[in-house]
Design a protein around this ligand. Structure first.
Ligand code: C5P
Length: 221
């Protein structure tokens, strides 16, 4: 049994994927299942932390003893994360947040019209929650972790993203057949703003979660 090394700490984890509505029946979404975020929440709770899990469109059972805040869109996720992060020792953004949302929401279902081409879809940028909370730390010494799914030049792209986002740690996943989206397993490299590089071999999402909390715990004030 592990020591409750996160006892007395409040940690915030985001999970799942945001959905950006077009009309009452349609949305732009992504393939995130939320499993990695839930594994992070479960393992943090097991290590003694008070956990707030901001969950976007997941279909997983609430982890025992975890405060789950359900959200739909990126804008809702931002609100919930900022609120929970105010007194948090660490924030881990495992959610797949949509970069863009439709510029307009149609109050009624968008209809196809005979003989007419569809209207082009106009998108606007969503707030970058990770960059915002990293630039504007709610607390001195707060540890902030991001995730990145890359298909090529994984390490170089990861380093650039870590610098761009301004977070302390970035978990870089290679998107592949049996890995990442919807699967029970993951393989990653955790990059640190201090230059550290921690490879996590292919294995259960729980194992990656434990490594993330080890690295966070080392960095917590
Ligand atoms: O830029 P990219 O989407 O690859 O960055 C991924 C990381 O940034 C994840 O940790 C994700 O939760 C976070 N993110 C965010 N807000 C966005 C987009 C991504 O917090 N609008």
């Amino acid at each position: 049994v592990r020591e409750p090394d996160l006892a007395g700490r409040h940690v915030v984890v985001s999970a799942g994927g945001t959905r950006e509505p077009l009309d009452p029946v349609r949305f732009l979404g992504n393939r995130s299942s939320g499993k990695q975020g839930y594994a992070l929440a479960r393992t943090a709770a097991a290590r003694g932390a008070r956990v707030t899990l901001v969950a976007a469109n997941t279909h997983l059972p609430d982890p025992a003893g975890v405060d789950v805040v359900p959200v739909g869109t990126a804008v809702q996720m931002r609100e919930a994360v900022l609120k929970a992060a105010a007194d948090a020792d660490a924030v881990v953004m495992a959610a797949a947040v949509a970069d863009f949302r439709p510029s307009e929401y149609a109050a009624g279902k968008i209809k196809k019209k005979d003989g007419q081409e569809p209207e082009p879809l106009v998108l606007v940028r969503n707030p970058d929650i990770l960059a915002e909370i990293s630039a504007d730390r709610a607390r001195a010494g707060q540890v902030i972790v991001g995730f990145a799914a890359e298909t090529d030049d994984v390490l170089a792209n990861g380093r650039a993203k870590l610098a761009r986002k301004g977070c302390d740690l970035l978990v870089v996943n290679e998107v592949g057949e049996r890995k990442t989206f919807g699967s029970e397993e993951n393989e990653a490299v955790v990059l640190g703003a201090d230059g550290s590089e921690t490879p996590v071999p292919y294995g259960p999402k729980e194992a990656l979660a434990e490594t993330v909390w080890d690295l966070v715990a080392e960095r917590m004030s």
